[in-house]
Design a protein around this ligand. Structure first.
Ligand SMILES: Cc1cc2nc3c(=O)[nH]c(=O)nc-3n(C[C@H](O)[C@H](O)[C@H](O)COP(=O)(O)O)c2cc1C
Length: 417
């Protein structure tokens, strides 16, 4: 079996990448309150690019108030964002890496008043239990606005020098909600049959493709399983069918993840430590209605125990799904979830379970992970405690384990000398 495939080139559409590691999207909470790029955001990306990471994917960029999850999130909602986004792509390109913009609509997994609106929209008015939100059904006009919104982001991303775009259709956000029968109970042309539930994703893809042309890489993040037992969630075979259909449309690659929020955050499997108490005392949960926040705080130890039971960490935890996509597709399949060791990444690729590996948390702990793996050096190691995730949307993305963070900061200071 060939070795070191992790460091061999691969193409996404016509874009050649020198290696197989991708920075997966992490919402960075490092922009201005209205979503403009800041120096703080650029610095974060530059570190990962300096570490040699071949491809970086941005945190989820929104395009209007209903698609937004929190303040300081990256926005691509107006042309006035383009100069800042251009500074970001220039900074990454200076270090020889490529960068894609991830774009999404948050759907029902948002606390409306946190972003200054009255309600949340979703395919149907199905209650979201983790945030206690009952959305209203999105109207046909809003669906058409959404399609235009995605397409406008694609135009801006191309103008700002991004090397490609990722459509976020995973994790129970709007596009994922449309695919899933549990969250999509519509009776119009966007609900019911497979062709109807995939219609919005196809419409969004076609609108983007029309704007960017055939050769611009357009990829997608998709669940390999919805992890919604007893709730009409999608299973791997149905999701492979979604990916196959998108490949026929012309999609250039797919990144495989899993789960909605109400699955117990199975896309973030970890060693959950004080997650719910952190979320409800200093995290996004402080914006929940008092009764919801209070009950979550009281039940925090029990909820954390449940996460540790049902959303438990293992390295490469989505490989069981990505290999099914590999069997069915010709486009590159990227697997995300729990990767940290070079051996595990190499094994995943050489054994044909995926073509590329995406990493989020291990790069927060060690932005030089790629270079370190090439050189056989051990840098700061993520312990998957999910303290970074618990602070999401409220604090800048960072490592919040004191020891690991101190190790990383020492390493960065020494590099700067
Ligand atoms: C702080 C944080 C923010 C995240 N933001 C996003 C996001 O904006 N878009 C997305 O698709 N996934 C997001 N994720 C999920 C990651 O991309 C990835 O799927 C998940 O963390 C599993 O990969 P890992 O085990 O390498 O961390 C986020 C994860 C973390 C920890």
């Amino acid at each position: 079996m060939p070795q070191n495939l992790l460091f061999t080139p691969i193409r996404i559409s016509k874009l050649e990448l020198p290696g197989r590691l991708v920075k997966s999207a992490t919402t960075e909470t490092r922009c201005t309150p209205d979503g403009f790029v800041t120096d703080e955001l650029i610095e974060y990306y530059e570190q990962i690019a300096r570490g040699g990471t071949p491809l970086l994917i941005t945190g989820n960029a929104y395009f209007n108030l209903y698609s937004k999850a929190g303040p300081k999130q990256l926005a691509a909602d107006h042309d006035d964002k383009i100069p800042g986004l251009r500074r970001l792509t220039d900074a990454v390109h200076r270090h020889g890496s490529k960068i894609f913009m991830q774009t999404y609509h948050v759907g029902r997994q948002a606390i409306p008043r946190f972003v200054g609106r009255m309600d949340a929209v979703a395919p149907s008015a199905v209650f979201e239990p983790s945030l206690g939100v009952r959305p209203r059904e999105i109207t046909r006009d809003e669906i058409h606005e959404t399609i235009r919104g995605f397409a406008d982001v694609a135009t801006r991303s191309q103008e700002a020098g991004f090397d490609g775009i990722q459509i976020h259709a995973a994790h129970g956000y709007l596009l994922s909600e449309f695919l899933t029968p549990h969250t999509n109970r519509r009776t119009d042309e966007y609900g019911g049959t497979f062709d109807n539930r995939i219609r919005l994703l196809v419409d969004v893809y076609r609108a983007i493709r029309l704007r960017v042309g055939r050769d611009y890489p357009v990829i997608m993040k998709l669940n390999g399983s919805d992890d919604l037992p007893f709730r009409k969630g999608l299973k791997p075979d149905e999701l492979v069918r979604v990916a196959k259909r998108m490949e026929e449309e012309g999609l250039d690659a797919v990144e495989i993840s899993a789960g909605h929020y109400e699955s117990g955050f199975t896309f973030e499997r970890g060693h959950w430590k004080k997650f719910f108490s952190t979320v409800t005392t200093i995290g996004m949960g402080t914006n929940l209605p008092w009764y919801h926040r209070g009950s979550a705080r009281l039940m925090a130890p029990l909820l954390d125990a449940m996460l540790n039971r049902f959303s438990r960490y293992s390295e490469g935890f989505n490989l069981r799904y990505s290999k099914l996509f590999k069997e069915a597709l010709r486009i590159p399949v990227i697997c995300v979830g729990g990767f940290i060791h070079r051996e595990a990444m190499e094994h995943a690729i050489t054994s044909g379970e995926c073509d590329m590996v995406a990493v989020a948390r291990a790069l927060i702990a060690d932005p030089y992970l790629y270079r370190h793996m090439q050189q056989g050096v051990e840098g700061p190691q993520c312990n998957f405690c999910n303290a970074c995730y618990a602070r999401g949307a409220m604090f800048p993305v960072d490592c919040y384990d004191d020891e690991i963070r101190a190790h990383r900061d020492r390493m960065l200071r020494e590099e700067a000398k």
